[in-house]
Every structure is written in C-alpha cells, then in structure tokens.
Design a protein around this ligand. Sequence first.
Ligand SMILES: [Zn+2]
Length: 466
Amino acid sequence: MALRFYNTLSQQVEDFTPARDNTVRMYTCGPTVYDFAHIGNFRTFTFIDLLRKCLRLNGFQLRHVMNITDVDDKIIRNAVARHTPLAEYTTVYTDAFLEDCRVLRLERPEILARATDHIQEMALAIAKLSESGHTYTSEGSVYFKIASFPGYGKLSHNDFSGNIAGARVDVDSYEKADARDFALWKAPKDAEPFWDTALGPGRPGWHIECSVMAIQYLGETLDIHAGGVDLVFPHHENEIAQSESLTGQPFARFWLHAEFLMVEGQKMSKSLGNYYTLRDIIGKGYAPEAIRYLLASVPYRKQLNFTFDGLKAAAIAIDRLRNFKLRLETDRFPEGVNEAGNARLAEAGQAFRDSLNDDLNTAEALAAVFEYIRDANSAMDAGLFLAGNAAAALQFLAEFDCVFDVLKPSVKEGELSDAEVEARIAERTAAKKARNFALADQIRDQLLAQGIILEDTKSGIRWKRK
Ligand SMILES: [Zn+2]
C-alpha cells in the first residue's frame, strides 16, 4: 500500500510523496519553553517521531525543522516575575525539553530553530507584508489584516466572512473560533525585553516565527506541516495567511494534526490534579519505553486516554516482545526452514507496513506484530519453528523497533549500562577460563543483585534485565 495521510486542508486521505528529489521537507511546531512539557505535548511529539520513522521506512530522506519558541507572552510574564533574563529562563526549559525527548527516544529533527535567533528575518518579512498592503500599525505594534487574505479559514474550515474588519487581538493564543487581526510585531511594554530592528523596537508575535523559519530552511512550499490539533486555529491558519501573502505560493501540501490526550477519561488540567509532565510519570517508577509505547499505540487522529492501567498494560506488551526476541536468540530450534512459517512472517511484515502507511494506523500495525508472535510461539511449542526461520523473525522485530523503539530497556539512574554489563560478563568469562570459579560466581551474584540475569547457552552468555 502506498503511503497516505489524512490532510486537514483537503479533509481527504491522500497519497503522499515529496514534491521533489525524494526529500520530505517538513515543519513541526515545537515547544514554547516556559515550563516542563506535559504528556499531552509528548503525545504530539511522539506522533512526529513515528511520522519521521514511517517516512524513512518508505525510503524518503528527511529535512525536518522544529522551532523552539523562546519568546512569547507566557515566557516574558514568567521571566519578568522571576527577575530572570529571558535567555537564562528559556535555556533551562529548552535543555529540559531536549533531555525529555532523549529519554522518550524522540529523534532530533535535522534543524532546531530558536525564534530569538531569527528576529531580524522576522522583522524583514513583516516589512515585506506591510509593503504589499497586508498590515497596519497601531501604537508601534503591527497587525496582520485578515481581510487582505481571501483564503483565511481554509484550514480550519471556518467561514469568517461575517467578521468585522479591524477588530484585533494582541495575545499570541486565542481560543474562540472568531477571526481577529493578529499581532505580527509587538511594541515594547514596561520592562519587557525587546529587539532593535528595521521595524523599530519590539518583539515578534508567535505566529510569524513559524512562517519565517519554515520558509527560510525549507522553501516556499513545505511537503508536510504538522502539530497538535489545538494549533489548527488560530496558529496554523495565521501561518498560512502570512506565508501565502509573502510568497504567493501554497504554504504546505499536507497538514497533519494529532488529537488531544485525556487522562483517566478527563481533560488534563492542573485544577483536576491530573496534570502530568513526563518527569512526573517517570518519577512514579514507569519506564520511558512504556510511556512511549502507550503514546504510540493509539492512532494519532484518535483521542488518547492516558491511564495508569494503560501504562501497566504497555509494560506487559513490551515484556512479551522482549521475551519473544530472547527466545529467538537463545532457543535451540530443529534444523531446516519451515516455508509456511516464512510465508506467515511475510504476511505479518506486509500487514505491519500497510497499517503504518494507512495514515499511521499504529494500532493495526501492533496487532499484526502480536498476532505473528502468538502464531510463532505456538509453532515453537509444537516444534514447527525451525532454525532457518529465526533470522527473518529477528529481522521483523528489528523493523518493528525501527519505528516503535521500545525493545531496549532504559537504563535507570544508578543502574549498570549495557556496556558495563558486557564488561562484567567479559571479566566473568576470563575468570572461568582461569578456573577461578569463585570469582565467576561472585560476578554472577553481583549482577543478579543489580537486576541482571545471566544465562549460559551453547552459543555463549545471554543476559537480560529483570
Ligand atoms: Zn508553529
């Protein structure tokens, strides 16, 4: 099956290929670094990571830009309240975000673009929009005139024709689906930080940063623009209005949006006490790969209900996968190749790839993997799984893990790393060779105390974490 996505712009599922040279030019809206990111944010970022991996599985190259919003209303409010310079304040949360991404095994985009590194380019773009009659100025701030862009509303599929021209909004985020002229450039207020530019002193609005950085790094028309569904209006609608007014070209061919995350069936909110950062969940003792699995397991266009039972079930699913892999690596199967078994595997592999290509249907893809594992385990128990079937089965698990990335256990603080375990095993092997069995046993016991189980097999030592 060819790769296809639901496109918010057309409201259709469409076949996807990049416009040119096999490279997908993709822009995704990154974090606003005013606090630790919460698990709702990471639902979207995990979707982006799966999207990257599926694009690569289809043989495409990636040129992916993600912004770091390090200046906006909330950041300024918080930094001023703490008497901390803006850059110092945002560095803490940028670093925390990147560390959280590493823990959750989210690949780093090819280009991370910080808004404050592109202020002059934003000022130039705003000046260009002013020259072509898309803006007006009021008290030093510059607003985008939405009446100047006839396509306004085409992404969110709202009809804004009845709106009063000239009503305007100063804040970066506004929720009501009624359109307002929005701020491209904000004049400095009180003690707020500002930049000196060709437009005079001030700072950019949130929406203009994505348009400018996307076009700068990816060109006038992107293959994919993606983000959370909460960004469709106004943020992405405003990005389209600015970008297409600047270039006269379509801004993005495909718009992909991940649905909301609920917690235990309720909207996540601080007042309900069900608001969690990634760090909160890990602090409760859950493995990052279980969180990753749960976030990945629900197709991105469905609401995801994040529950602690769901996390426990994710950990059990991962155990099944790991045990199957270990069995493939360590069991002694009868010689030969079972052709029916290989045909069953090929069918599972096809179902796995087809499901992912079908607008990232991760639930179906996982079902294909687990149905195969169930069948293969039965074949093993019946003596029908042969030595010649193992390599291809391991290859399938590797392909699965290229996308889902949950097989390797995370190293917890204070735990031995894989390399440290391997080094201790090498010491133990040397001790046995030197007939120092006391030392060999001692190393085995020490490793066991740290949750590492050794298994002596004919093909050497295998180990796993408890
Ligand atoms: Zn954006």
